[in-house]
Design a protein around this ligand. Structure first.
Ligand SMILES: [Zn+2]
Length: 477
């Protein structure tokens, strides 16, 4: 931190403290009025001074007009006298996070979109106009709200009646700003240092019956298990390839606030799987195009661009891509997707990272979702029984994330997923070779990948050399 930033921070802290102080004293919240009051007091003191013999220096009972220069909290405090007139703020960020853990409040995380504003973000979350303006006004005391960068994650704290109780945002690695509602309904700004921490967690285990069950027992969260299944789609069949005594090694990342609150989604960083037939080690890496894929220790990606069977659980290919006799219409038509028969309500996953462009009923498709991916690719999902509740057009989804459930809506003879892959608006065979797949990393990207992988996993060198360590050793992170 430069000296200029330090001075700015100190100035800002002083400003927030004074704001809170004036508010608690019941004086007007606008400084102009306060300044005027203090100025009048000063004039009165000077006028009255010659008529009294004051035992103490008059300066002590007569605070000077606050100077909007570098003022630390220590310098402001003596002005308040010996008696602590100002009660501590009733609310703090720690306290509000504790209330979330107790179930009194719930959180909503929302990213600031490009070209959007904080007011718009709050409006989308159903915050009433009065509170919206008060929140922005309070934040404005700490930061130029117009300068907030897109992508910033806002945490909204709401009570059971869905009324907003606080907003916090981490503006840099070491600093979080918050505005919290006091018991009297007013809003108070806060700053906190180093709030959100990224934790890397490693879990090792042995398969007892199923991979999912054993991983869950070892402490791997559901969302990370989905990412593992998606990352190894096409390489590992989690029903027939996994047997008891196979071992797994999982590393994932989670974001936790100082109050112990987990925010955002968890990200799989590494999966190691040792089965009777093979050993697989995959590292997550985000390439320069911003796409996260899984690579082996040599920097090769065995991953297909799309999952072939975007279902969580067993499925059967009941109808392939291409010409066929339609089971209901009874004449030959072209089947533009593949049909995967699966029990009703089997979770359907996004086949790749993307944005939802359609969500709703669509003729014979019944309940339908369409996702736009990179390079002109799209995927579509039909006959769904229902959608994941919080999804809508414009929602971003990650490969392996659950988007809905298998059903038999529309023109359908039984529960199945109709799955399509489209390239430039034309369907292609999801099982065909013309579907793009990620490649070998090279040059600077390969160096970056190796550096990241080496610092992530203690056995990276062995994975790279093809020498597999006998038993993974438990090494806490
Ligand atoms: Zn179909």
């Amino acid at each position: 931190m430069t000296l200029k930033q330090k001075i700015h921070n100190t100035w800002r802290k002083g400003r927030i403290f004074k704001y809170q102080t004036y508010k608690k004293m019941g004086i007007a919240r606008h400084r102009k009025k306060v300044d005027l009051t203090l100025l009048l007091l000063l004039i009165l003191c000077i006028a009255v001074f010659p008529f009294f013999i004051v035992p103490k220096a008059p300066v002590e009972t007569c605070p000077e007009v606050p100077v909007p220069e570098v003022v630390s909290t220590e310098e402001v405090h003596p002005d308040l006298g010996d008696e602590p007139v100002i009660p501590a703020p009733q609310t703090s960020l720690d306290e509000i996070e504790k209330r979330v853990q107790l179930g009194e409040l719930h959180i909503e995380t929302k990213g600031l979109e490009k070209g959007s504003s904080l007011l718009a973000l709050l409006s989308q979350s159903g915050v009433p106009t009065k509170d919206r303006l008060a929140i922005v006004e309070s934040l404005e005391l700490m930061i130029n709200v117009k300068s907030l960068k897109p992508g910033l994650m806002f945490i909204l704290f709401k009570n059971q009646a869905d009324e907003i109780q606080g907003v916090s945002v981490q503006i840099s690695e070491g600093e979080t700003l918050a505005v919290l509602r006091e018991e009297d309904g007013s809003w108070t700004p806060f700053t906190a240092t180093g709030r959100v921490e990224t934790q890397t967690i490693r879990k090792l285990g042995t398969v007892e019956r199923t991979f999912s069950g054993s991983a869950k027992k070892a402490g791997v969260p559901d969302s990370v298990i989905s990412q593992i299944i998606a990352a190894l789609d096409g390489e590992v069949d989690f029903v027939s390839d996994i047997h008891p005594e196979d071992t797994f090694d999982v590393i994932f990342e989670t974001k936790v606030t100082a109050g112990g609150l987990e925010i955002g989604s968890k990200q799989l960083l590494f999966i190691g799987l040792k089965t009777h037939q093979k050993e697989i080690y995959r590292y997550a890496f985000t390439n320069k195009a911003g796409l996260t894929s899984f690579y082996d220790a040599q920097g090769r990606s065995g991953e297909k661009a799309f999952m072939k069977r975007p279902l969580k659980g067993k499925s059967r290919l009941s109808s392939p891509y291409g010409r066929r006799r339609h089971p209901i219409l009874m004449y030959e038509i072209f089947h533009h997707g593949v049909d995967l028969a699966a029990p009703k309500n089997t979770p359907i996953m996004a086949a790749a990272d993307g944005v939802i462009t359609q969500l709703g009923r669509k003729g014979g498709y019944g309940k339908y979702i369409r996702i736009r991916h990179t390079e002109g690719y799209e995927t579509a999902y039909g006959h769904m029984n229902g959608y994941r509740q919080d999804l809508k057009v414009g929602s971003k989804v990650k490969r392996g994330e659950v988007i809905g459930y298998v059903g038999s809506t529309g023109r359908s003879t039984g529960p199945h997923l109709h799955f399509e892959v489209l390239k430039n608006n034309k369907t292609v065979n999801p099982f065909g070779k013309n579907v793009i797949s990620a490649k070998q990393l090279s040059g600077f990207e390969l160096e970056q990948f190796q550096f990241a992988a080496e610092s992530l996993h203690p056995d990276f060198a062995e994975h790279r050399a093809g020498k597999i360590p006998p038993v993974p050793e438990l090494r806490p992170f």
